[in-house]
Design a protein around this ligand. Structure first.
Ligand SMILES: NC(=O)C1=CN([C@@H]2O[C@H](COP(=O)(O)OP(=O)(O)OC[C@H]3O[C@@H](n4cnc5c(N)ncnc54)[C@H](O)[C@@H]3O)[C@@H](O)[C@H]2O)C=CC1
Ligand SMILES: O=C([O-])CC(=O)C(=O)O
Length: 332
């Protein structure tokens, strides 16, 4: 068995972490042969609650979990970490857009970027979950100048999983028969859920989602809106934002990054844009991604029709606006 790796989860006393910590600690992200030391960061007033989480992790008696380090000190939390799940941030309430959280949350990601820069391994893999996730990831990267920008990613895997589930239901197949859904752009209501390149295995044959569903207007309207508004629908029903599915998606994202993607599979992640598909540069934009040996690449050469190209421009513009607002909040 290999040496333990250090993994930090921020917001460790919160609701997403409550599901996520168990998934990580039992080996479902880094594999059944990889021992772990979990660093749990939260704010000082949450330390008593965090002790309860530490007790519960101990009571799970998980063989891979070698040590748990609860702390309110970023210097301790980020020391030598191999992977960072940046979950800790305020969640939105009913009626808010995720970008309304910018002023409350963006400074957290500036401070944590600085702490990653000072204390983490230089090959640390950073996943930003806290909203607005794309712009928080951008800020975090900018404040960690000694770390390569490709180490910073934002979570759109929950949107991709939602899209996959909706396509499977409509096509009348299990979710395992659906792959390669794309989420372009921002994890916000301007995101672009695109099933044009999805594959569906139906009646023993692999086909496009369009052929499996045979309802183009559903694919361009109801499907798109359902995914764009799914987070808000969960908040309206639960009075709290999604947590179990968010934790599952965070685990999926990091597992794909650590283990790689299979041959013709791609996954979606917010990554530093290089301008592919006409996206603005220097924002964290969600693209279809393949991963090999821990390095991600944007899938190139996909055909985009005018309907999706227009939406992709709008979500790119929103990211540029968020970037401007984020840096003005930090500098204020
Ligand atoms: N990207 C995505 O797909 C999703 C993102 N989210 C976002 O994830 C974030 C967390 O959501 P929940 O766990 O439901 O919230 P929560 O309120 O249950 O937990 C957040 C935790 O973060 C802690 N925290 C606040 N500031 C911190 C700091 N500076 N350092 C460390 N910890 C800090 C809080 O004390 C709290 O324990 C929210 O911003 C939410 O909007 C939620 C679902 C999906
Ligand atoms: O909607 C929210 O605020 C939480 C979130 O990001 C999601 O569920 O996609």
């Amino acid at each position: 068995m290999s040496e333990p790796i250090r993994v930090v989860v921020t917001g460790a006393a919160g609701q997403i972490a409550y599901s996520l910590l168990y998934i990580i600690a039992k080996g479902d992200v880094f594999g059944p042969n990889q021992p772990l030391i979990l660093h749990l960061l939260d704010i000082p007033v949450m330390m008593d609650v965090l002790q309860g989480v530490v007790m519960e992790l101990a009571d799970c008696a998980l063989p891979l979990l070698h040590e748990v380090i609860p702390t309110a000190d970023p210097a301790v939390a980020f020391k030598d970490v191999f992977a960072a799940f940046l979950v800790g941030a305020m969640p939105r309430r009913q009626g808010m857009e995720r970008k309304d959280l910018l002023s409350a949350n963006v400074k957290i990601f500036k401070e944590q970027g600085e702490a990653l820069d000072n204390y983490a391994r230089k090959d640390v893999k950073v996943l930003v979950v806290g909203n607005p996730a794309n712009t928080n990831a951008l800020v975090c990267s900018k404040y960690a100048p000694s770390l390569p920008p490709e180490n910073f990613t934002a979570m759109t895997r929950l949107d991709q999983n939602r899209a996959r589930a909706q396509i499977a239901e409509k096509a009348g197949v299990p979710v395992s028969c659906v792959s390669n859904l794309i989420i372009w752009g921002n994890h916000s209501s301007t995101q672009v859920p695109d099933a044009s390149h999805a594959k569906v295995m139906k009646n023993g044959t692999t086909m496009s989602a369009a052929d499996a569903i045979q309802n183009d207007s559903w694919l361009k309207q109801e499907f798109v809106e359902t995914i764009q508004k799914r987070g808000a629908a969960v908040i309206a029903a639960r009075k709290m934002s999604s947590a179990m599915s968010a934790a599952n998606a965070a685990a999926d994202h990091m597992r794909s990054w650590f283990m790689g993607t299979s041959n013709d599979e791609f996954v979606c992640m917010g990554v530093m844009s290089d301008g592919s598909y006409g996206a603005p540069k220097n924002v964290v934009y969600s693209f279809p991604i393949t991963i090999k040996n821990g390095k991600w690449s944007i899938v190139q050469g996909l055909k985009i029709d005018d309907f999706f190209a227009n939406m992709m421009n709008l979500t790119g513009q929103e990211l540029e606006e968020e970037r401007k607002e984020a840096f003005s909040v930090i500098q204020a």
